[in-house]
Design a binder for this molecule. Sequence first.
Ligand code: PMP
Length: 435
Amino acid sequence: MTNFNVQNNDLHVFESLESEVRSYCRSFPTKFQKASGYQLWDANGRCYTDFFAGAGALNYGHNEPRMKEQLLQYLTGDGVTHSLDMATEAKEKFLSAFHDIILKPRKLKYKVMFPGPTGTNSVESALKLARKITGRETIMSFTNAFHGMTLGALAVTGNKFKRNGAGVPLNHTVSMPYDGYMGKDIDSLQFIENYLQDSGSGMSLPAAVIVETIQGEGGINVASTEWLQGLERLCRSYGMLLIVDDVQMGCGRTGTFFSFERSGIEPDIVCMSKSISGYGLPMAITLLKPELDEWTPGEHNGTFRGNNLAFITATEALQYWKTDKFSTEIAVKAEKVAQALARLVKKYPELKGEYRGLGLMQGIALEPGIADQLSKLAFERGLIMETSGTDSEVIKIMPPLTIDISALEAGLQILDECMQEVLVEANNEAQVVNS
Ligand code: PMP
């Protein structure tokens, strides 16, 4: 381990000048300086393995060389950086590549809208459009959903703490049980359909249903393919638009470009952000079926919808999807993680872990406090690993998809050591209590 140089790693500027709202820097308290692929280095030169990937914004790793090369060429050539939503060559290339590489082979016909460059802005645009098209007000969302921090997106988010931040009533939404929320043997879709059917349920017919195919922030809850298909059928029966929020699960996180490909459903609207630029640059898109494109010019506007630097890297990122090779590689790594986590759950039965996940979005749900403890211990050993779930009860393994197998195994070995240490600490505490 590198010597800890307090001066280099002094965090007082952040502690004294930056708002208390800062959060991730509390879980990973160091000053980062450099990054490449799946690794980050702090100001002391200490190296960290990244199992967090910018919360899903760095699926292709940090400073991916081919994207960097394209970006540098564009910058040195004085390519347009900012352009509102004016037509630029960079945007044209992205739109054409997205059509040719992603939509066409999947036989998907979507028009691409550029909302403001965040996931939450894509969600806001989707909700607005659904309400406009249907003339209905209510949006159906799900327990433990996370869709963003602006008022519309918060209104469809489950987390009480985040919702309370709004300071105003969050209404015109209805939260329904996600797949598995009512227990393994209860079909929550049947429950939802009862509400939709029953004129005494007190629920207005929703304009749309917004759903994550796997709830990333909500605790790595995976919706089954049957549930997603059933949800699509409900949407069609009751004239509700189906919005898939693929902000975190899109761009390959679950193994395919769109997370809904495994279920064969065809959402009316798809929200994407995070890894769509490929390089961690701000960018979002909202995909809509052409017949839903009832926007009038400027009806959903924003200054930073023409982030051409992001279009340049996003176009390069799409090259990963020209063949099936990338998906195949993700599946191999996902299997490694699944096996390792299943092994850990078995190896440490005292921790009562429950395996969750799919693709390179996997984790273990644990008793309160343990996941936070593991994240802290992992950081001390040079592994950046976040928690998820309303009570931070799940450790979340989401490395860049490009990580190599040996690094993946090394990170999982660190997790193993941390679980062991948590157990030793718990046993020591129990002995103190008993003595
Ligand atoms: N939707 C989902 C599913 C997300 O995971 C997130 C971010 N964690 C958002 C929306 C919001 O995206 P952003 O933080 O870019 O606004």
